[in-house]
Design a protein around this ligand. Structure first.
Ligand SMILES: Nc1ncnc2c1ncn2[C@@H]1O[C@H](COP(=O)(O)OP(=O)(O)OP(=O)(O)O)[C@@H](O)[C@H]1O
Ligand SMILES: [Mg+2]
Length: 251
């Protein structure tokens, strides 16, 4: 595995969709190898658009380098779990969807089988191999999409809203996958409680630009900043475990 000093280096990135919507405005971001980063911000801030640039699927003005090179969509370098799993699952069966990346990487079939089994196990979808992705529940689709990316074992793992739509058990499974991921990862999420469990750095995006970037713990303590950008993080009460501000909380 080649060493990635700067997993991601983006400068002056601007992007306008075909209908004229300006999604990113001169955004700069460096993610170092091994960093665990959360991108947060209100709906429409530009988080998904930013992640799509890292895959090379869309290209705006400015410079984007991923793993030291322009993004070429190599699944072993950068793997993105899309916000909408429908964008990721297109094969007749879940097994084929999860095997798609490793097969594309021309891995031997025995290694493809190993990766598919291991990725499905990681997301709790063992036994789903011959099911049609179209007939899965929303949460199961999300887990299948995560498995499809895990099977490529990317050096940089990116997940767009990984906890959205998942039940508690599946959310914990995703958290555990991220905890166990040795390399760099970037998650776009509104769920700061889940993100705080696995990310050390928080980057807040609003209006297509970065408005705050720093250690997760420090930024979470800044209620005004979070409020200003449509985010919320309420600490759990040490005594009763309820979220402070809830009626249940003892203080
Ligand atoms: N395909 C598209 N065509 C036109 N505009 C788009 C398209 N996709 C996104 N946009 C617009 O670009 C802006 C950024 O959208 P983006 O999906 O990146 O936001 P986001 O931060 O991921 O939001 P969310 O929290 O809702 O996922 C928004 O104003 C959105 O309406
Ligand atoms: Mg999004």
């Amino acid at each position: 595995m080649k060493e990635l000093l700067h997993a991601v280096r983006i400068s002056g990135l601007g992007y306008r969709y075909h209908d004229g919507t300006e999604a990113l405005r001169g955004l700069d971001l460096v993610v170092h190898a091994g960093e665990k980063v959360c991108l947060a911000g209100p709906n429409g801030a530009g988080k998904s658009t930013l992640l799509l640039h890292m895959t090379g699927i869309i290209k705006g003005e400015g410079d984007v380098l991923v793993g030291g090179d322009v993004p070429k969509g190599a699944p072993s370098v950068f793997g993105l779990v899309f916000q909408d799993p429908e964008d990721q699952l297109f094969c007749p069966t879940v097994g084929d969807d999860v095997a798609f990346g490793p097969r594309n990487m021309k891995l031997p079939e025995i290694e493809v089988d190993r990766r598919v089994a291991s990725a499905l196990l990681a997301v709790g979808l063992e036994g789903f191999q011959s099911r049609s992705a179209h007939h899965l529940s929303g949460g199961e689709k999300k887990r299948a999409a995560i498995a499809a990316v895990l099977a490529c074992e990317p050096e940089i793992l990116a997940l767009d809203e990984p906890w959205a739509n998942l039940d508690v058990r599946s959310s914990r499974a995703v958290t555990d996958i991220l905890r166990g991921h040795k390399g760099t990862f970037i998650v776009a999420s509104q769920d700061l409680h889940r993100a705080a469990e696995v990310c050390e750095r928080l980057v807040i995006i609003d209006g297509g630009a970065i408005v705050a970037d720093g250690p997760m713990k420090e930024l979470l303590a800044d209620e005004e900043l979070l409020e200003a950008h449509g985010l919320e993080f309420r600490k759990k009460c040490a005594k009763c475990e309820a979220t402070k501000g809830d009626k249940k909380a003892c203080a």
